[in-house]
Design a protein around this ligand. Structure first.
Ligand code: NG1
Ligand code: ZN
Length: 531
C-alpha cells in the first residue's frame, strides 16, 4: 500500500535508537528530549489510527509538564478531551519500541485487532509547550500524522488543558465552545465576570493575585487571557520566561514538594500567590503570614473550597444532586476528615493518576477531583447540567434559588471539565474567594493539614511492590504491610503507605502524623522497611 511506503520512507528520517525501550505511562512518554524524535513520529501514526477508529478528532500534546527543560514528552487526547483509553496505551508502547523494520507490521496488527477502516478520514490536533525541543518534536508528530494520510491542525504554543478543550469542542460540534484559543478565553472569562457580579465592592487589593508562571506556557497564556478579564482580576506575573529557566526552582511541583515559595517572587504578608506547572494543568496557592511563615494551599484545600461552595449552591438552589470529592492516598488525612465529618460530603479514594480520579468522578452528578499536587477539576453529569440549566431559566422560582442556579451555571462555564486546568481553576478559586469575601488566610484555616513527609526510595526492582485498596496497602512483598502497620502504631494520628512510582524508577513513601518530627521519623522507618 502506497501509504505504508510513505510511512517507511518517512520513518527512516525519524530513526529509533537501537535498544531504546520506553513505556506509555500515566504521563504518556516522558524522558530526555534527545530520545524522543522517533516516539513523536510514531505517536503521530497512532493518533491517525485512533482517529479512524473513533471517527473523531484526536489530540497530541508535546510537553513534559513539570520536568526539567531538557526533558520532553507526549500524550494523546481522546475525543471528549479525556486521557487515552488504556488498551491504546499498550499499542503506543508497542509502536514506540518496534524496531525500524517491524514498524509496518506493528501498525497492521493494530489495524486488524481494532478492525480499523483504512479509508476513514483522520483528524489530529497538535499543541506544544515552550521547551526549546518542542518545536522540532511537534514537527516530528506532524510528519507522522501526514505520513499516514491524516489531517492536522497545529495549535502551536498552548497549555495542555487548552488542547484538551479544543479536542472536546471539535468533537461536540462547538457545543462545549469554539475550538479556538480566543473561544476558550471568551467562554472562561465571561463566566468569571458573571460570577464576580455576585461579589460586591471588592477593593483593588482583594482583586490582586501574584502568579508564578514556572517560566512556561502558563505565563504566556495568562497574559493573553488578562485582556479578556476587564479588570475583574489584577494579575502580576512572575517567572514569565523572560529570565529564568522552565520549572527551575519554581512552579507548582517545586512549591508543593519543597513546601516553600519559588525563586523569582517575593511573598509579602497579605499577598495571595499561586504557582502553575510547566504545562499549566496544575495549580497551588500560598501566602506568608504576618510572622513570615509560609502556608501552602494544595489540591486538597482547593477541592475543599470548591466542593463546599458547590454544595451550598446546590442546597440554595434546592437541587438534590449527588456531589463527591475524589482524592488519592496522598490527600492529607485532615482534608478527608473535614470533608466527611464536617461537610458531610462523600469522599472516594482512587489510585494515583488523573485518569483514575476522572473516571471515579464521572459516577456522581457533581464530581470534584484533585490530586494533592494541584491537578484537578470538576465534572458535571449531563443530567446535572440539564437540571441546572432548566432552573436558571425558570421564572417561577424565588430570587435566592434563581441566584444560586445562575451561579451554578456560570461555575460550569468557568470550569474546563476535560482535565485539570490552572487558568480555569484559578478563575474559579478567585471567584469563590471574592463571592465569599474570604481571605486566603481564612481559606487556609478551614482545616489544619496533618504534618506529612514524602520520600523516594531507590530499589533494584520497584515492581516487586504490589498494592491494593487504592494503593493504601501493600500486598507484596510478603511481610511489608505488617511491618508498616507495626511502625504506624507507634505514632499518633499516623498513616503511611508505599507504592511504586508510575513516572520515576523509585518507590514513594508517604507518612503523616501529629507532629512533623513524627511524620519524618515514620517516613524514614518505613523507607528502611522497603529495602
Ligand atoms: P507517580 O510518579 O506515579 O507518583 C506522579 C504524581 C501523580 C501524577 C503523575 C503524573 C505524586 C505523588 N505523584 O506520579 O500525582 O501527577 O506523576 O501523571 O505527586
Ligand atoms: Zn502538568
Amino acid at each position: 500500500m502506497a501509504q505504508f511506503e510513505e510511512v517507511s520512507k518517512q520513518s527512516s528520517l525519524h530513526p529509533k535508537p537501537a535498544g531504546l525501550v520506553l513505556q506509555y505511562g500515566t504521563a504518556g512518554f516522558r524522558t530526555n528530549s534527545k530520545h524522543l524524535d522517533h516516539i513523536m513520529f510514531r505517536v503521530g501514526l497512532l493518533a491517525v489510527l485512533r482517529s479512524k477508529k473513533t471517527k473523531a478528532t484526536i489530540g497530541i500534546m508535546v510537553t513534559a509538564s513539570h520536568n526539567p527543560e531538557e526533558d520532553n514528552g507526549v500524550k494523546l487526547v481522546d475525543p471528549m478531551g479525556e486521557m487515552l483509553a488504556a488498551t491504546w496505551e499498550s499499542y503506543a508502547t508497542t509502536l514506540a519500541n518496534a524496531e525500524q523494520e517491524e514498524l509496518i507490521s506493528a501498525l497492521n496488527e493494530i489495524i486488524e485487532k481494532e478492525g480499523i477502516d483504512k479509508s476513514q478520514e483522520a483528524s489530529v490536533f497538535v499543541g506544544k509547550d515552550t521547551r526549546s525541543s518542542s518545536a522540532s518534536l511537534s514537527q516530528a508528530v506532524l510528519d507522522g500524522v501526514h505520513a499516514l494520510g491524516g489531517h492536522s491542525k497545529d495549535y502551536g504554543l498552548v497549555t495542555t488543558p487548552q488542547l484538551h478543550y479544543m479536542v472536546c469542542c471539535e468533537n461536540t460540534q462547538g457545543k462545549y465552545g469554539d475550538a479556538t484559543v480566543e473561544g476558550y478565553y471568551k467562554k472562561l472569562c465571561q463566566a468569571f465576570t458573571q460570577l464576580i457580579e455576585n461579589a460586591s465592592n471588592r477593593t483593588d487589593d482583594q482583586k490582586h493575585i501574584c502568579v508564578d508562571g514556572a517560566n512556561g506556557i502558563g505565563a504566556l497564556k495568562l497574559r493573553e487571557m488578562m485582556s479578556h478579564l476587564n479588570k475583574g482580576l489584577l494579575v502580576t506575573i512572575f517567572n514569565d520566561g523572560s529570565k529564568g529557566k522552565l520549572n527551575h526552582q519554581c512552579g507548582a511541583d517545586f512549591v508543593k514538594v519543597q513546601q516553600k515559595p519559588p525563586t523569582g517572587i517575593e511573598v509579602h504578608p497579605g499577598d495571595r500567590c499561586c504557582s502553575f506547572d510547566g504545562d499549566a494543568d496544575r495549580i497551588v496557592y500560598y501566602f506568608a503570614d504576618s510572622q513570615q511563615v509560609f502556608h501552602l494551599l494544595d489540591g486538597d484545600k482547593i477541592a475543599t473550597l470548591i466542593s463546599t461552595f458547590l454544595k451550598e449552591l446546590l442546597i440554595q438552589a434546592g437541587l438534590n444532586l449527588r456531589i463527591a470529592v475524589v482524592q488519592t492516598a496522598y490527600a492529607n488525612g485532615s482534608s478527608t476528615h473535614y470533608l466527611e465529618n464536617t461537610m458531610n460530603v462523600t469522599v472516594r479514594c482512587t489510585k494515583t493518576g488523573v485518569k483514575h480520579l476522572h473516571h471515579a468522578a464521572l459516577e456522581f452528578d457533581v464530581g470534584v477531583y484533585f490530586e494533592a499536587n494541584g491537578h484537578g477539576t470538576v465534572l458535571f453529569s449531563k443530567a446535572a447540567e440539564d437540571k441546572i440549566q432548566q432552573l436558571a431559566q425558570d421564572s417561577s422560582i424565588d430570587d435566592e434559588r434563581k441566584r444560586a442556579a445562575l451561579m451554578l451555571q456560570s461555575t460550569i462555564n468557568v470550569i474546563n471539565q476535560t482535565v485539570g486546568d490552572a487558568l480555569s481553576d484559578m478563575l474559579l478559586i478567585e471567584a469563590i474567594l471574592a463571592i465569599r469575601g474570604m481571605t486566603v488566610e481564612q481559606w487556609d484555616r478551614i482545616y489544619t493539614d496533618l504534618p506529612n513527609r514524602q520520600l523516594k526510595v531507590k530499589v533494584s526492582d520497584r515492581r516487586v511492590i504490589d498494592t491494593t485498596d487504592a494503593e493504601r496497602r501493600a500486598v507484596s512483598p510478603a511481610g511489608l504491610q505488617d511491618a508498616i502497620d507495626g511502625l504506624v502504631k507507634n505514632y499518633r494520628e499516623a498513616r503511611s503507605f508505599v507504592r511504586p512510582s508510575g513516572t520515576e524508577d523509585v518507590v514513594r513513601v508517604y507518612a503523616e502524623a501529629d507532629t512533623q518530627e513524627s511524620a519524618d521519623a515514620l517516613a524514614h522507618e518505613v523507607s528502611l522497611a522497603v529495602y
